[in-house]
Design a protein around this ligand. Structure first.
Ligand code: SMO
Length: 766
């Protein structure tokens, strides 16, 4: 695979994407802004002879994927595998009075119909205790006595074919009667008492009460995030083979965390981890939804052990809507105390985050991130932030692309825009006055987080130039005077990428090729391409000489996974470290030894601090006063992600994230009714953005390298989901500010905006 087709500096091309999602031909709008680091990186990448890092290599993964030769879990051949169909609860709460399986059991092709009574008590996946877990809900593979949410698996059919399994599942009759002592509220409602709080967190520094009392201005904002479905192109999927003699399991799983799946499965089933081999083949997107084991997956693995036969299950789209983890859904309130001249003095906030009926591995992560990240790029010394995670009778709510970062940025940037409105200041000027200065880096903030690097004032200046901000504001004011509803919204945010470690093994062969095995895995986001570039750069070979193995617990060293924008910064640093070590060994051995032996190095890279990317996004919107229809006329962003390995991949990550961010702002919402019935069970009811919904996007970059990883890289995977909703909501509120509209709930549908316009007009005339 050749990589020589295009060569760009290590920054984004400035590109535009047209209505169909295709880049506008180069030359039409191409303006490459020079990107010069303010300060040299503490750990500069040595100047390579070939400069493979920074090249827009095409994704080596894509030829197979776009020609139908991908190998997803559902494609793995597994002779004689039993298919599973689950019988799910059609009510949100109640007690199971009886399950009638006889009719189903006698159908042709049915091997077994199993209920909780047939299963041992199995625990759930481990839960990451980033915050206090105050009451753990019971985890159940199949519901034993009580129902905790609509869609909860109650029974499972094992059959020789998928149609037979589904037909039989339809014949199982589950008798559910009213339960009266359930604590968790049905549907997506608020807390009903202490027993429904499962996660607690708080951050305090300084005397917030005193500062609020003496502040010149106090602004308050509440934001309700819609609950979102991850909607990965490939739904959940698992296939299990079992070695009858040894009992060893091979588990093909659509996951972003294969090693953790192995550890959890071994723990849950009481097996030695070496008897569990997890393989994540091609993964068709995950977005946080495939980072935890599900009851269905645990059942399938147990069933293979139990029957001694291969077993598989592929979720339908509706099963994912019903029982895969959702994201967002939080209700966040905040107050900002502002002193004379517009200085931010203190920040207080209260978050209520839904958790659903059981806790996924990362259930507490959105709450933790939203709280600790809230001050963002601002120097605010005093904070008082409280977070509660609430159990409710719905599908679980966990991490989803951004995982608390979008919630933090949304609340903070709404507060900033509200402050600018109250003080009659320009939002960019007000921000510029309150930023953590580059000379203050690394900066330990009031919530204890350490911003590693970044030049926020320069980011704001650069953004002003790039977006021609002042001209846009003039245009808005002119059109507003003519009666149009036009608004500009901005959002300045930080994006920490994951902590901890990843591993890599590099083998340099006598024929000049290299084999990389990475513990970090891929969820379809181009890791093979980027990692091959890193190895090639270090060994001074072309990337097509590098073979990459990933997502396999036997072929690859131990790893964490494709999470939290950590793949390049941490996974990539491990790759670079191993490649450098191989190179050093070869240099020591001398060229005369090189042709005979492979040289191997395996390393674990441990990161001391997170790398914090940053970005400033702008949306200019207009709203049709007669229909409420919102049009995003312009979307412009400048992002700082440090060293860029592959500008094309970075751009792809940013635009994909923007699409998901736009989805949250304008279209998407999982809806439960008051009885806990899911009203958005398919893509007929749940509005994902389509290509035609995407505006033209302008992107530019600046680069302040991250000092605590070897590449100087920062995350970009979540930037779009963080910046877009806040920029768009701020823009919509700016557009409707002449009518006195101060609050809007996402998604900003035509109906929602029309209603807001009508009630503002009636209120105004009353
Ligand atoms: S929401 Mo991510 O896959 O950590």
């Amino acid at each position: 695979m050749s990589c020589s087709d295009s060569q760009f500096p290590a920054q984004f091309r400035l590109s535009r994407i047209d209505k169909r999602g295709f880049p506008v031909p180069k030359g039409l709008h191409l303006t490459v802004l020079p990107s010069v680091p303010d300060r040299p990186s503490c750990a500069p990448v040595p100047a390579p002879r070939r400069a493979v890092i920074g090249r827009s290599c095409k994704r080596r993964e894509d030829r197979a994927l776009v020609t139908g030769h991908g190998q997803f879990t559902a494609d793995v051949p597994l002779d004689g595998a039993l298919q599973v169909a689950f019988v799910r609860s059609d009510v949100a709460k109640g007690r199971i009075a009886g399950i009638a399986c006889d009719a189903a059991s006698s159908l042709p092709g049915v091997v077994a119909v199993l209920t909780a009574a047939d299963l041992p008590a199995l625990r759930g996946p481990s839960v990451n205790p980033v915050l206090e877990l105050s009451s753990m809900p019971q985890f159940q593979v199949l519901a034993r006595d009580r129902i905790s949410a609509v869609g909860q698996p109650v029974a499972a059919v094992l059959a020789t074919g998928i149609a037979a399994a589904a037909d039989a599942a339809a014949q199982v009759v589950v008798d559910i009667v009213d339960g009266d002592d359930d604590a968790a509220p049905a549907g997506d409602t608020g807390a009903t008492g202490d027993s429904s709080i499962a996660v607690r967190g708080g951050w305090r520094q300084g005397d917030a009460a005193a500062l609020f009392a003496e502040a010149d201005h106090v602004v308050c904002v509440t934001v309700q995030h819609p609950r979102l479905a991850a909607c990965s192109l490939e739904p959940r999927s698992v296939a299990v083979d079992v070695d009858r003699d040894s009992g060893a399991l091979t588990v093909w799983l659509s996951t972003q965390t294969p090693h953790r799946a192995r550890t959890d499965l071994a723990h849950i089933l009481g097996l030695d981890a070496h008897h569990v081999h997890v393989i994540a083949p091609d993964v068709g997107g995950a977005f946080g939804m495939k980072a935890s084991l599900y009851p269905e997956e645990i059942f399938v693995v147990w069933a293979a052990l139990h029957t001694g036969r291969p077993v598989r299950w592929n979720a339908t789209r509706s099963e994912d809507m019903l029982s895969a983890s959702h994201g967002r859904g939080g209700r966040l309130s905040g107050r900002l105390a502002i002193g004379r001249n517009g200085r931010f003095l203190a920040l207080s906030a209260d978050f209520e985050m839904p958790l659903g009926a059981w806790l996924t591995t990362s259930a507490a992560v959105p709450s933790w991130n939203a709280g600790r990240i809230l001050p963002g790029p601002y120097a605010v010394d005093c904070v008082d932030i409280a977070v509660r995670g609430i159990l409710c009778a719905t599908a679980p709510v966990g991490i989803y692309r951004g995982a608390g970062r979008p919630e933090a940025a949304m609340l903070m940037e709404r507060l900033v825009h509200e402050a600018a409105r109250v003080l009659d200041r320009d939002p960019l000027d007000l921000r510029a006055q309150n930023l953590v200065p580059p000379t203050g880096m690394p900066h330990r903030g009031a919530t204890g987080t350490v911003l590693d690097s970044g030049d926020y004032p320069r980011l704001v200046r650069r953004f002003r130039d790039y977006s021609d901000y002042d001209a846009l504001c003039c245009e808005r004011d002119r059109r507003r005077q003519n009666g149009s509803l036009v608004g500009i919204g901005t959002a300045l945010f930080v994006e920490p990428c994951g902590r901890g470690w990843e591993s890599a093994r590099v083998e340099w062969r006598p024929d000049g090729t290299a084999l990389l095995a990475t513990g970090s895995s891929s969820q379809g986001h181009g890791r093979e391409t980027a990692y091959a570039q890193i190895v090639a750069d270090a060994l001074d070979i072309e990337p097509d000489r590098v073979t990459v193995a990933e997502g396999d617990t036997e072929l690859c060293p131990n790893g964490i996974g494709a999470l939290a924008s950590r793949s390049t910064a941490i996974g990539g640093s491990a790759v670079l470290e191993a490649a450098r070590e191989v190179r050093a060994k070869r240099d020591r051995a001398g060229p005369e030894n090189a042709p005979e032996n492979s040289i191997v190095a395996e390393t674990v890279f441990q990161c001391e601090h997170e790398a914090w990317g940053s970005g400033l996004h702008l949306a200019m919107v207009s709203i049709d006063p007669d229909t409420g229809t919102l049009t995003v006329e312009r979307f412009l962003c400048v992002d700082d992600i440090g060293t860029v390995i592959n500008p094309m991949l970075a751009e792809g990550q940013l635009s994909g994230g923007l699409a998901q961010g736009l989805g949250e702002a304008l279209l998407e919402k999982v809806v439960y009714d008051a009885d806990g019935q899911l009203l958005t069970g398919s893509l007929m009811d749940y509005a994902m953005p389509r290509a035609a919904d995407m505006p033209d996007i302008g992107m530019a970059s600046q680069a302040t390298p991250a000092p605590f990883n070897l590449l100087g890289a920062k995350g970009i995977g979540e930037a779009g989901t963080i910046g877009a909703p806040a920029a768009i909501l701020n823009a919509a509120l700016d557009a409707l500010s002449p009518l006195g509209v101060r609050e809007l709930d996402m998604p900003l549908t035509g109906a929602a905006l029309w209603t807001a316009i009508q009630s503002a007009r009636q209120g105004g005339s009353a």
